[in-house]
Each structure stands twice: as structure tokens, then as C-alpha cells.
Ligand binder design. Structure first.
Ligand SMILES: Cc1cc2nc3c(=O)[nH]c(=O)nc-3n(C[C@H](O)[C@H](O)[C@H](O)COP(=O)(O)OP(=O)(O)OC[C@H]3O[C@@H](n4cnc5c(N)ncnc54)[C@H](O)[C@@H]3O)c2cc1C
Length: 311
């Protein structure tokens, strides 16, 4: 059985919320067993933070969607069987948000070309995906026609919960502590150095606050209450912690950090690969919506501040 990937954490909950019974039956079981793997097709060369500007088009002809356009930064698309993607299906819709649909597409067809992008780490974890009259059945549509923006936000909520999970902060901080226990900093044991002790204690406080906040969100949800704006903060808090952990590790590892060039996959990089973890922590502040965008969302949707003007 293959490792299930983003299908289980992002697509399955979206299908449960917004999919037809036929799509649930068709895709959920095999996604959960890991027999089919998914890639996410949101970003395009000119549509990242401003996702609704996407230009990939899908036209319905003879019972099939015909898809033309390009996606970029699709994580591990070279190993995926299917993609959940956003395409413009209603070019005449009154606003750019209303003309988008959420489609499921088989990537193993002649109209699809997948080109992995080589990273500075030497591996290729992202791809460009080109659609040249690729097709997909008319009913492989999640939500209604032109309702893709609403569905995409459901998937993004699941993606941000996945990235923002407090348990990963706790685990990473424990790994940092084990590194600190066996490291020296400025010639003394790191845990005896006042600056390092202070940095670790401040971070320990942030990790605990994130953990207890996640318990609170869980118990409120379990009691049918809305945790409110607190859920909007998970991704930003978790990726900030992840980045601070990696920065402290960089100081603890010292020169060896530079001597071991970052090669290989950043995924699952543990204490033996702190340099990769550092680079991965930068990527996490971007994937699933950048930290700046998370701040905008917290300000506008969470705190009710005025929307920023036409950026
Ligand atoms: C690890 C990783 C995995 C990814 N996986 C996928 C994937 O599987 N599928 C997929 O579709 N995409 C994926 N992406 C792409 C990701 O969603 C985009 O990189 C992200 O949304 C930002 O878009 P962009 O790169 O075009 O940057 P831009 O949108 O051009 O942003 C550039 C900078 O401007 C800032 N900025 C932009 N708009 C505003 C604003 N309104 N207010 C304040 N600041 C702003 C941003 O914060 C950023 O610092 C992945 C990215 C990473 C790093």
C-alpha cells in the first residue's frame, strides 16, 4: 500500500463536504487505502496569492470537460494519478470568483504533460503541469458549475489545518531539545548558555500555547461550538514555530550546517538533516497561502478589519 498523501487530508474531507455520492464512492475508498494519489492544481504562473486570477480554462463539449492551461508548484504531481484543479468554466461571470469550477482529472492521458522542477536541494518535489485539450467527464465536478471558489476554500481550510497541526510543533520542538542537549553553543553546553536557554524557553511557551489552543478548538468543535477566528491562526502560528525551531537548530549545528550541503528531500527531514529542515520551514510559510496572506485573513475575516484595497 502506498503512502496516501494529500488525498486523505485535503480531497477526502472536501468530497465529504461538497462531493456527489457518485464521486465519494468512486474516489474515497481508493484514496484512503493509498491506491490512488492526488496532486493539487491551484497555482498558476500569474495566480498564487491572487488565486482567483487563474486562467486555465475548461469547456464542456460532448459530455466532457476540455481543459487547456498550465499549473505550477503542484507538489509531487509526477507521482500522482489524479489532480483536483481549479479551472475557469464561466468566462462571462460577473466576478472572477464566480467563474471557477473544481474538477477532478486523470493525469495519465496524452493531453497532460508533467514537468518536475529541480530545487536548490537537488530534489524535484514540485511540478509544472500543462493541459493541452485534456479531458475529464462532465460529472467529475465537485460542487456546482462555477462554484469552485467555495469548494477551493473548503480544501484550503483542510490544507491549513494539516500544515498548522500543533502536534507537529510539539514533535519538532522535542527534536530541537534533543539536539540542544548534545550541542555546545559558544563554547559551553547549549542548555547552560543564557541566550540559548531564553530562546528555547520562549519557544517552549509558544509551542504550549499552540497545543492548548488546539485542544480548545477541538473541544469547542466537539461540543458544536464555533471556535471562531482562532482556527484562522493555526497555519501562521505553526509555520512561525517551525521556522524558529530551524533557526535555533542552525545556530546549534554551527559550521556543520554549512558544510553539509542541503540535498535530497526536505520531507520528513529530522534532526540529522537540520539544514533541510531549515529550507523546508521557509517553504511551509508559503505553501497553502503565504504568511502575509494568513495575516490578511486573520485581520479581515477574524478581526473584522477593513479589506485591503485592490492589491
Ligand atoms: C512547499 C510548497 C508547496 C506547494 N504546493 C502546491 C501545490 O501542491 N499546488 C499548488 O497549486 N500550489 C502549491 N504551492 C504554491 C503556493 O500555493 C504559492 O506559492 C503561494 O500561494 C504563493 O503564490 P506565489 O508563489 O505566486 O507568490 P505571490 O502570490 O506572487 O506572492 C509573492 C509575495 O507577495 C506577497 N503578497 C502577495 N499578495 C499579497 C497581499 N495581498 N498582501 C500582502 N502580501 C502579499 C506574498 O506573501 C509573497 O511574500 C506550493 C508552494 C510551496 C512553497
Amino acid at each position: 500500500m502506498e503512502e496516501p498523501g494529500i488525498g486523505t487530508s485535503m480531497l477526502v474531507p472536501t468530497l465529504l463536504e461538497c462531493g456527489t455520492e457518485a464521486l465519494k464512492q468512486r474516489f474515497i475508498p481508493e484514496t484512503l487505502t493509498g491506491d490512488i494519489r492526488w496532486a493539487q492544481g491551484y497555482s498558476e504562473p500569474n495566480a498564487g496569492s491572487d488565486l482567483a486570477s487563474l486562467r486555465t480554462r475548461a469547456e464542456l463539449r460532448n459530455g466532457q470537460w476540455h481543459i487547456n492551461g498550465q499549473k505550477i508548484w503542484s507538489t509531487l504531481a509526477q507521482h500522482a494519478h489524479y489532480m483536483f484543479l481549479l479551472a475557469r468554466t464561466e468566462p462571462d461571470a460577473p466576478s472572477k470568483y464566480e467563474g471557477i469550477s473544481y474538477l477532478l482529472v486523470d493525469l495519465r492521458q496524452p493531453g497532460v504533460r508533467i514537468r518536475p522542477l529541480k530545487q536548490m536541494t537537488g530534489s524535484a518535489e514540485f511540478c509544472e503541469v500543462f493541459f493541452d485539450d485534456a479531458t475529464t467527464p462532465a460529472d467529475w465536478l465537485v460542487g456546482g458549475r462555477g462554484e469552485g471558489w467555495r469548494v477551493s476554500k473548503a480544501t484550503l481550510n483542510h490544507e491549513r489545518s494539516m500544515i498548522g497541526g500543533a502536534e507537529s510543533s510539539v514533535e519538532l520542538f522535542e527534536k530541537l531539545l534533543s539536539l540542544a542537549r548534545k550541542s555546545n553553543f559558544e563554547g559551553v553546553p547549549a542548555l547552560a548558555h543564557p541566550i540559548m536557554r531564553e530562546r528555547l524557553s520562549v519557544l517552549a511557551g509558544e509551542v504550549q500555547a499552540h497545543l492548548y489552543s488546539s485542544y480548545r478548538q477541538l473541544s469547542m468543535t466537539a461540543h458544536g461550538q464555533n471556535p471562531g477566528s482562532i482556527t484562522l491562526m493555526n497555519k501562521l502560528v505553526n509555520t512561525n514555530i517551525s521556522h524558529k525551531v530551524a533557526a535555533i537548530a542552525q545556530d546549534l549545528v554551527g559550521d556543520a550546517f554549512l558544510l553539509a550541503p542541503p540535498t535530497g528531500s526536505t520531507r520528513g527531514a529530522g534532526p540529522e538533516k537540520w539544514n533541510l529542515r531549515f529550507f523546508a520551514s521557509l517553504g511551509l510559510t508559503i505553501g497553502g497561502g503565504t504568511s502575509n496572506i494568513q495575516r490578511n485573513i486573520i485581520a479581515e475575516r477574524g478581526l473584522g478589519l477593513p479589506r485591503e484595497k485592490n492589491v
